[in-house]
Design a protein around this ligand. Structure first.
Ligand SMILES: C[S@@+](CC[C@H](N)C(=O)[O-])C[C@H]1O[C@@H](n2cnc3c(N)ncnc32)[C@H](O)[C@@H]1O
Length: 279
């Protein structure tokens, strides 16, 4: 059977299972099966697949059909200017988190040597992207998940910044290292009871999503810890949930942070808060 016929069969299966990105997903899965770029798949539609290639392709289609995210199947995801290795131990990097990278870079000139702390490093996509843009900066990165730290190290090696980032397997509560110019964090911020309704997100580790009973448990910890660890005038750049703006800004003010700005994401939802420790 030709590549085209197999693609069409795959489209049908994924479409019937309500995968809206069925077309591109099948093409990506075919490109993994054949170990060639997606463009090459489309240039070779009349080529026949071997039996074992067809079996491999439909194994992948069956995983995707059950809503497993494509980034776990392909084991990578593009973010900012790079590709990051992903696995089931980390949150898949989200385009909306690029706002956090963009905002952070605004506070660091190209030739500055700032010290950054990344709380909840996950795949490492945030701090690695920032360090690659700012060659004189250094970063400490913590995560309570040992497997997340392991993957972040792999990504730091892949992107050749391992000498500028130090990893700590640590809960944010138990970190007392140093003083930082900037703290960045995309903490888990989903209300525990709502996680089960999140569909594809359910493949991702609970530890990366679970923000406790009100969704704000870890955010509050990150803010309290940032109060201790930031230098005066240091910046805290936080990703938050779309409905957490008022509670988070109030908590920041209680801890004497000045709110610099609140940024909306591509879907026009509040996504990121930039604040300054003023005393
Ligand atoms: C939403 S994910 C963000 C991952 C990555 N920074 C990103 O933006 O894609 C949150 C991360 O925080 C980690 N985490 C959860 N609770 C934590 C805690 N109490 N202390 C430190 N890290 C924590 C999780 O293991 C997870 O890797």
């Amino acid at each position: 059977m030709k590549i085209l016929d197999n693609l069409n069969d795959g489209y049908k299966i994924l479409k019937e299972n309500n995968i809206s990105s069925y077309k591109i997903d099948c093409e990506i899965l075919m490109s993994i099966t054949l170990n060639i770029p997606r463009e090459e798949v489309l240039l070779n539609l009349a080529k026949n697949l071997k039996k074992e290639e067809r079996e491999k392709y439909f194994d992948l289609i069956n995983r995707r059909k059950k809503n497993e995210p494509i980034a776990y199947i392909t084991k990578n995801k593009s973010f900012w200017r790079d590709i990051f290795i992903t696995n089931k131990n980390v949150l898949i990097p989200r385009p909306d988190s690029e706002h956090l990278v963009e905002q952070t870079l605004r506070f660091i000139k190209k030739d500055q040597a700032k010290r950054i702390l990344d709380v909840g490093v996950g795949s490492g996509c945030l701090s690695i992207s920032i360090l690659k843009e700012r060659p004189y900066c250094k970063c400490d990165a913590i995560d309570s998940s040992k497997n997340a730290i392991k993957l972040a190290k792999t990504n730091a090696n892949l992107h050749q910044i391992i000498d500028r980032i130090k990893f700590y397997k640590r809960d944010v509560d138990n970190f007392y290292n140093d003083k930082y110019d900037l703290i960045i964090s995309n903490p888990p911020y989903i209300n525990r009871h709502k996680i089960k309704y999140l569909g594809a997100v359910n493949y991702e580790p609970k530890i990366a999503l679970d923000g406790g009973l009100d969704g704000l448990e870890i955010i509050r910890k990150v803010i309290s810890k940032s109060k201790q660890l930031l230098k005066i005038n240091g910046k805290l750049i936080l990703e938050i949930g779309y409905d957490q703006k008022y509670k988070v800004t109030n908590f920041l003010k209680e801890k004497s942070f000045f709110i610099n700005k609140i940024i909306k994401d591509y879907g026009n939802n509040t996504r990121c808060i930039v604040s300054t420790k003023i005393n």
